[in-house]
Write a protein that binds this ligand. Structure first.
Ligand SMILES: [Zn+2]
Length: 213
């Protein structure tokens, strides 16, 4: 995936190294979202708005394969259509199969549930795919299981651990799809950055109006 304006590429570090840019916290920013599923999909309009204001915006969306055993994305035409429209800037990652209690790690077979989620999200995943556990709960088995299933990274709290590179990324801003305020915080971060930089004045956002939001 290549964008014309890769300021907020989630792989910002690689991009910076290639282009000889020194440490810049905003260049390294990774935006993530939890709980992508049909129930909250309507709220994605707020991300569409952010994307409209900041064309370089990209997002990792931790996605529930079959929320409450009632929303199997693999069979949802609504989701498939949404995915087609967004796959250039939204990276899908695994966030459990059903997201019901108890979380994967407290079930008898953690690997079975992670694998089930992975298999059901496979058509939507990039080559290098990641995982965030439901409720952010992990066990001492989680990382070995993820490695076995060829996951590239795990997100926990506000960090991403790249399993192959043994590198931890800490510049993460997370949100939840059901929580509009958490999404608006991302907008504020971007707006503050762009209003403080001269080099990308073309991308300055329009003021946020209640009608749009
Ligand atoms: Zn969740």
């Amino acid at each position: 995936m290549e964008l014309a304006n890769p300021v907020f590429l989630y792989k910002g570090i690689e991009w910076n190294q290639k282009n000889g840019i020194q440490d810049d916290p905003v260049f390294y920013m990774i935006f993530t979202l939890d709980d992508l599923c049909l129930s909250y999909l309507d709220n994605f309009k707020y991300f569409d708005y952010i994307k409209n204001c900041f064309p370089a915006f990209k997002l990792i969306a931790f996605t529930i394969a079959n929320f409450k055993n009632n929303e199997l994305l693999l069979e949802s035409n609504i989701f498939k259509k949404w995915f087609q429209k967004h796959q250039n800037w939204v990276e899908i990652a695994v966030h459990s199969y059903d997201h019901t209690y108890p979380p994967d790690g407290d079930r008898n077979n953690e690997e079975y549930w992670i694998k089930k989620a992975l298999n059901n999200l496979k058509p939507f995943l990039p080559k290098q795919y990641g995982y965030r556990s439901p409720g952010w709960q992990t066990t001492n088995q989680t990382i070995p299981i993820l490695k076995k299933l060829r996951f590239s990274y795990i997100a926990f709290e506000d960090k991403i651990n790249y399993l192959k590179e043994k590198r931890i990324e800490i510049k993460i801003i997370n949100s939840h799809l059901y929580d509009q305020n958490s999404i608006q915080k991302m907008y504020e971060v971007l707006k503050n950055h762009y209003s403080g930089t001269k080099r990308r004045t073309n991308d300055l956002p329009r003021p946020l109006s209640a009608r749009n939001w």
